[in-house]
Design a protein around this ligand. Structure first.
Ligand code: IYR
Length: 221
């Protein structure tokens, strides 16, 4: 049945305001970096909950919201996740990554050691849900990857705007996350996002960024 249609509560800005907001937001987002050195300083739970609420407002195929955000702050669970992730990453670095892949990672200075998985106050684990059981019926979700990608992006932006650092981490294969976090078979680990404040001595790689002109084309270029 079609839903009842209601007015769109849209807030329009003047053009000069729009320009100023876009400029300030662009400058602020350009400061966002992937963080691999976190402080263990606590962050209020309700702030993380709000960031998840913002992500949960993302559009999704047929409005199904095919995701689950599991927020982990239990030290034992964090330790289990770190141990399992490091085991996979050791295999990745020693055997599974191709020489080209290792070469691409070189500027980042990463290795199989992932202490941030225990140090960051929160590990937010996103699971994608391709199908679910509703009223005893198996229901397909639509565009789950596109949908959860949008939600993940909104979560990263929300955290940054709130004042928190994040990392998009994929210690693949990530099936161990389903086992450790006791999620059902239809929830597939998608992304592991440590969240917190950067450590005081946090450093990030000084790497060139692809210029916007290479990513943005107007019409036929
Ligand atoms: N998951 C590994 C390797 C890694 C892979 C990609 I693609 C990156 O952008 C960064 C790291 C690790 O976290 O060390």
């Amino acid at each position: 049945m079609p839903a009842k249609m209601i007015p769109y509560a849209f807030e329009r800005h003047r053009e000069d305001e729009m320009r100023a907001i876009a400029k300030a937001l662009a400058a602020d987002m350009q400061r966002r970096r992937s963080c691999r050195h976190f402080s263990d300083e606590p962050v209020p739970r309700e702030v993380i909950e709000k960031a998840v609420a913002i992500a949960h407002s993302a559009p999704s195929g047929a409005n199904r919201k095919p995701w689950r955000f599991v927020v982990v702050d239990d030290p034992d669970l964090k330790r289990s996740i770190r141990n399992a992730a490091e085991e996979e990453e050791r295999e990745n670095y020693d055997h599974r990554f191709t020489p080209e892949w290792l070469e691409a990672l070189e500027p980042l200075g990463t290795d199989p050691s992932k202490p941030f998985l225990e140090i960051a106050p929160y590990l937010v684990v996103l699971f994608r849900i391709d199908w679910e059981e509703i009223n005893g019926r198996r229901v397909q979700n639509y565009y789950p990857v596109e949908s959860i990608g949008i939600a993940a992006g909104m979560f990263l932006m929300a955290c940054h705007q709130i004042g928190l650092a994040t990392l998009t981490h994929t210690p693949s294969p990530m099936k161990f996350l389903r086992d450790i976090l006791q999620r059902p078979v239809n929830e597939k680990p998608f992304l592991l996002i440590p969240v917190g404040y950067p450590a005081e001595d946090c450093v990030v790689p000084d790497i060139p960024k692809k210029p916007l002109e290479k990513a943005l084309q107007w019409n036929l270029g």
